[in-house]
Design a protein around this ligand. Structure first.
Ligand code: ZN
Length: 234
């Protein structure tokens, strides 16, 4: 087996794995997600302020409508009052008018409170809307940065995929199959460097006898680590 070809292919595959592993860990992705959360939170506050304004508007309209009804009723009673001579009846009518005036006063208070709520909601909304463009700009900028970072990874992956067929062609079909099996078995890294007596796949030292066996491996073949079974590259 061609050790250099094996090492080359492993380096390409390791780089491809690294590219894929980097995608979910991109700082640009974290920044974009943070910006998206901030924007969504801000939009929710805008919706909330708008809901306060809408509810206040509905309360104002309801109070005005009810006040109009009371005014019409009072006008009618006041008309009746002018035609009544009996003091008891007049007293009863005046009492009804007084009650209507009280109700009208309560409605006016309700309307004033709703107007205050509406004004407060509109002030809050104005501040939130003024802040919105900056948040949208950060969102757009982080989106562009993320797309740029992903495009870089795409280009890196594309160039690795381009190199791979030539690298794989250096190995025979059965060697390639053995390499793929070993990769599955060793979580993507089928080969390990032998540095001194130590296998860098399993980090165990080879005994002197094992080192002798490795050294005795013919040049056209690749020895395996006696501890973990990874291909050893010297
Ligand atoms: Zn090993």
């Amino acid at each position: 087996m061609n050790a250099a070809a094996l090492l080359n292919l492993q380096e390409i595959d390791t780089a491809l794995t690294a590219v894929n592993n980097r995608r979910p860990r991109l700082p640009e992705l974290a920044a974009h997600q943070t910006a998206a959360v901030a924007l969504a939170g801000h939009q929710a506050k805008i919706d909330e302020a708008q809901a306060v304004i809408d509810a206040a508007q509905a309360a104002i309209e309801a109070a005005e409508h009810a006040a109009d009804d009371i005014t019409a009723k009072r006008t009618r009673l006041e008309g009746q009052l002018k035609t009544i001579i009996a003091p008891r009846e007049a007293e009863a009518l005046m009492h009804q008018i007084e009650t209507l005036n009280q109700q009208r006063g309560e409605l006016d208070d309700q309307e004033l409170a709703a107007l205050d709520q509406q004004a407060a909601g509109e002030a809050t909304l104005a501040v939130l809307l003024a802040e919105l463009p900056a948040l949208e700009a950060v969102f757009a900028a982080t989106d562009a940065e993320l797309q740029r970072a992903n495009a870089e990874l795409d280009a890196e992956a594309a160039s690795l995929h381009e190199r791979r067929p030539a690298a794989a062609a250096e190995l025979t079909e059965s060697e390639l199959a053995a390499f793929e099996r070993a990769k599955l078995h060793f979580a993507g890294v089928a080969i390990a460097r032998l540095e001194g007596h130590r296998c860098h796949g399993c980090h165990l030292d080879l005994s002197p006898a094992e080192m002798d066996q490795v050294k005795a491996t013919p040049a056209d073949s690749v020895p395996e680590c006696p501890q973990c079974g990874r291909y050893l590259v010297r």
